[in-house]
Design a protein around this ligand. Structure first.
Ligand code: SAM
Length: 289
């Protein structure tokens, strides 16, 4: 039984007949209050799953990516993340609409601040735990600003425009703003196979995300790679795991407790260590260029 769905339609019916000026705002407030109560109650369930938080919050993540989010919820424990960024808040340009997944994330990851980026204004969702930012994920300057000001993030979710070039730009600009042991998730890869979403049915690398990431697959074995291959994708040598799902991808960043060693061309030596500098950035020596 979809409790939240039923409550939603009851609320809509009641508000219809009330003499209220801003019905959309009232509807949002009541809906949000109900969802918050349901999620708070569900939080007490010791077997609670991340996907169920999306279910109760009415986010379509439950229907579309149940297994993916249950895996994420299992790998990233509830008390761990301190900062999460989701691109694409939902509701598009509809007033007082969207934010379902931000609310779900704020209950599951109860220690975390949740940032949401959307091309449309969504400040009606702002609270102690949730902060919204208006702007496009194709704006590299903005992404850098968000990363520097609000990051680094423990989880980044790209559920925005779903244009392939946007997804690639966002990954290229935000990967460095993901914490070690962090997770980067991209939803809706169907655009990679559709020209109208600037994807490539011909599977070209810069227009198809699966091809783009296939190229980076070897990074999960960075310690065994010849230095010349590390050199080719040096910004992504800290990819630890890549999980492929139907229409989605989940990437895990290495934990830098263990440094990466690149093998020499003659395959004898393994003495090349990549470390972090004092600011916590990857220390890539000059001879990598
Ligand atoms: C599929 S909805 C997000 C749903 C939400 N994450 C959820 O699970 O409930 C996509 C959102 O991305 C936003 N969007 C579209 N183009 C964008 C862009 N270039 N940058 C940022 N957000 C964008 C839309 O306004 C819309 O609200």
């Amino acid at each position: 039984m979809k409790i939240s769905e039923n409550l939603k339609s009851i609320v809509i019916q009641i508000i219809k007949f009330l003499p209220i000026k801003n019905k959309n705002l009232v509807r949002f407030r009541i809906r949000n209050a109900f969802i918050n109560i349901i999620l708070k109650l569900y939080s007490f369930n010791p077997y609670s799953k991340l996907s169920k938080f999306f279910y109760y919050s009415l986010s379509d993540k439950y229907a579309n990516y149940k297994d993916l989010y249950n895996l994420l919820g299992h790998l990233k424990k509830r008390d761990n993340p301190k900062t999460i960024l989701e691109i694409g808040i939902g509701g598009h340009n509809k007033q007082y609409s969207g934010g379902y997944s931000l609310v779900a994330l704020s209950h599951y990851y109860y220690n975390s601040k949740i940032y949401g980026l959307d091309i449309n204004e969504k400040s009606f969702l702002d609270s102690k735990k949730i902060k919204t930012i208006q702007g496009s994920q194709s704006n590299e300057e903005l992404l850098e600003k968000i990363g520097t000001k609000n990051g680094p993030f423990d989880i980044i979710i790209d559920d925005g425009s779903h244009y392939v070039d946007h997804q690639i730009i966002t990954f290229q600009n935000l990967w460095k703003h993901l914490n070690d042991d962090g997770y980067y998730l991209i939803e809706d890869l169907s655009g990679s196979y559709l020209t109208r979403l600037r994807g490539s049915p011909e599977l070209e690398k810069d227009k198809n995300l699966i091809t783009f990431f296939s190229d980076l697959n070897h990074m999960v074995n960075a310690e065994r790679l010849l230095r010349k291959w590390l050199d080719k994708s040096k910004n992504y040598i800290n990819i630890n795991q890549i999980f492929y799902f139907e229409s989605a991808i989940l990437i895990h960043k290495k934990n830098y407790d263990s440094p990466i060693a690149g093998a020499d061309e003659d395959e004898k030596s393994n003495d090349y260590k990549l470390k972090k500098d004092s600011d916590g950035n990857l220390d890539i020596p000059d001879d990598f260029d």
